[in-house]
Each structure stands twice: as structure tokens, then as C-alpha cells.
Design a protein around this ligand. Sequence first.
Ligand SMILES: [Zn+2]
Length: 445
Amino acid sequence: MSVTIVNARIFTGGALREGAIVAEGGVITRMGRTPSPADEVIDAHGNMILPGLVDMHVHFREPGATQKEDFHTGSRAAVAGGVTTVLDEPNNTPVIDTPAALKQKLDTIRGKALVDYGVTVALNDHNLDALPEFERLGATAYAEFDELGDKPTGLTDAGMLLDAMKAVKDAGGLLLMNCREAEIVDHEVARLRRVSRNGLLDYNSSFPRVAESVAAAKRLLMAESVGVRAHLREVSTVETLRVLGALKGNVTAEARPDHLFLNEEDSAHLGPLAQQWTPIRGRGDVVELLKALSAGLVDTVASDHAPHTLEEKQPGYKNIWDSPPGIPAVETMLPLLLTEVSRGTLTLPRLVEATSTAPARILGVHPRKGTIAVGSDADLVVVNPNEEWTIAGEELHGKTRWTPYEGRRVKGRVLMTLVRGTLTYDRGDFRGEAGQGRFLKLETH
Ligand SMILES: [Zn+2]
């Protein structure tokens, strides 16, 4: 099966070039001015083609919470947002912290994904010995994870965290680190709940800025001393950016769209719909985070797509501690970032680097993923950078049909998404087959 996309402006070699892309067997075999005949010809009508996004942080909720999302609906939202590869989080039921749970998860999701996927394993104080087995099964990354609800397996103990870093290094793995000093946050949550401070802003203040920057500094220093491959997530404050500037070393850093596109002042009325694990911060943080993304101090953007049903969020209007933090985000990430490009606050090369090339490198799948070049997978997103539209939860394609960006005007629209040469999303229609998405292990091992 071959496919040719003609009349395109292709982002390749760091710039847009006019021409055609030919893919055979899912791989780009030719690029140039003159298209060659193919089984399927797609006319891009002069629109832009970017490499498909590699989203290193999604919660597709399977197994265990498929009322919120599952691997099929999550990957529908992904391709509608131009995302062609995802890394899925381990806070499932059961938690993915044993080889048996990992095997079961891979069996459960097989045959459902439209996008290629990797899976993250949760590290805790009793599974470091299993790292070689996780590697053998194809674990893509390891997260120190303290958002596991009734099974708190977070690495609050610094000695334990150091052990975990050494174990991940020895296994040749990638460590995903969170900027959250749990002892501070737990203390603040208990204090606020005791005095019945139950609103969104109370929730936000339970995760003080210093709980983020202290955790980031500690982890950057420890990761450097161990020499583990590590990635710092959910960077959101000016103070953490200062820490990164001083201590980043070889660690890569990630920001979330809601920290770039929502601020506490504008979002207070959203209540639980703007309730996030690392809370929404202030206007000044948003401005500085976007600058840091532009400058490359923040390497990547990942959605942290973490949907909950409206029914689950509802109690949070009365008492924020009764609703779960997290928002759906995988489908809106690219249009929001393209809007910044149209405003001139972010360049297109930085957008592509941060959402596709850098994540592919970090995951060890570049240049197969994350770039448009001969020999790379034909993971492609056709974008109209000039189309203005309004985000509406009802029109999104995941299982939950709400968004904190309801009513927001954006400029830049995903028209089509191809996953390894298969046209999978086409202006609101889904093609491709459930199960076409491959486990990344096949790409790397
Ligand atoms: Zn998350």
C-alpha cells in the first residue's frame, strides 16, 4: 500500500518546503517536487504537514477506569489533535507496578489503539528488583508516582528515590520525575481541610510554589549525581524555571498546556474543571513558561491528558477535595500551540521540536518518529494554520465531552492525521482500524 500527499507545505529540515511525500508500507520513501503514482493520493491543498506529535504524558485509563476513557477513545482524541504516538501513565487499576500488571495491561489494550504507544511503569519501594523484567516486557519509562490514590507508592523518601534512580540507570531506562515535594503538599492539604477551605483556590494553594521548586532542585541534583537518564515533568512556576536554569544538566524538562494557556485569575470560575494535579499558576508564570519553552529551557510539551467524567467532577463545585484532579487535553494541545505561533510568541520550529522531535529523541525512537524524512515513519499531521475556530467540549472526540478551554478562539486546525501512512483522521471522520497502533517496543527492540 502506497500513499502520496501532494500540494503540501512540508515541515522538514527545520523549515517548510513545498512538495509531495510518498509513503510505502508506512514509511516515507520519497519527498520532492514531483509526486509519483500511488495507491492513494491525498491533496493537501497547500496546507502544512508537520510530523505527528509524540505525547509523553497521557492517561488513557485502561485498565480500570474506562468510564473516563479507554485506549480506543483516547487514541481517537489523539489523532484528532495530531498526536500519533503516546506514552501512557501507570495509575490504572491495578497500578502498573508489577510485571504481571504490565503484561495484563498490554493484553487489555492490544487491538484498541489507533496510535503507536509506549507504557510507563510506576516505581515504588518494592519493585526495583523487577526492573530487568519490566525492560524485557518493553516498559518505555519509569515514573516515580505519588498520585496513586489509595495506594500511595510515591518516592517521598529521598534515600529510596536515590535507590530508584540507580536502579533505573542500571536497567538502561528513562526516569520520569515529578516536581512535587509530597511532605509539604500533604501538610497543606491536611491544614486546609481542617479549616474547611474547600474551593479551587484553596486546592491550588495546597500545592505551594516552593513545593514544586524544592522538589525540582532535589531531583535535578540527585539525577546528576547518579547519571540516570531523567525527564522532569509539570514545570509550572518562575521559581522552578530559575532552578532549571541553574541545575538542569542533562535532564530534560516538560511543561503542560494548561500551565501555558490557563491562569488562576481567569480560571477560578471553572472550579473542578480547572483542578489539576500541579495546580494552574499565575499570569506571570504563564508568560515566563512560554518564554522558557521558546528558549528551549523547557524541552517538551506533553498534554497530561487526564479525563474524568462530569459526574466525577461535579462534587468539586461544592467541595474541591471531593473531585479528582485532571483534565482532558490531548486534542486541544496542538491548536493552542499553533495559536501562539500565529501570534508570534512561539516559532513553528520550536513547536515541532517540543511536541515531536525532542520527545521522540527522549524515548529513543528518533528518527523513526519525530521528523519528516525519508526512512521515517509516515506519521503526519495536515494542518491549516490560518483556520480560526472555537473550542467546544461537545465536539471533542474522547469519552468525556468537556474542556476548560470551552469557547476559546484558536487559530490553526488539524485537518488530517496519518499514522504510519494510514489516513486515520480526516476532518472529523475516523478511518484506520482499532489495533493499528503498535507497541513502541516493536520500534525500539
Ligand atoms: Zn498525569
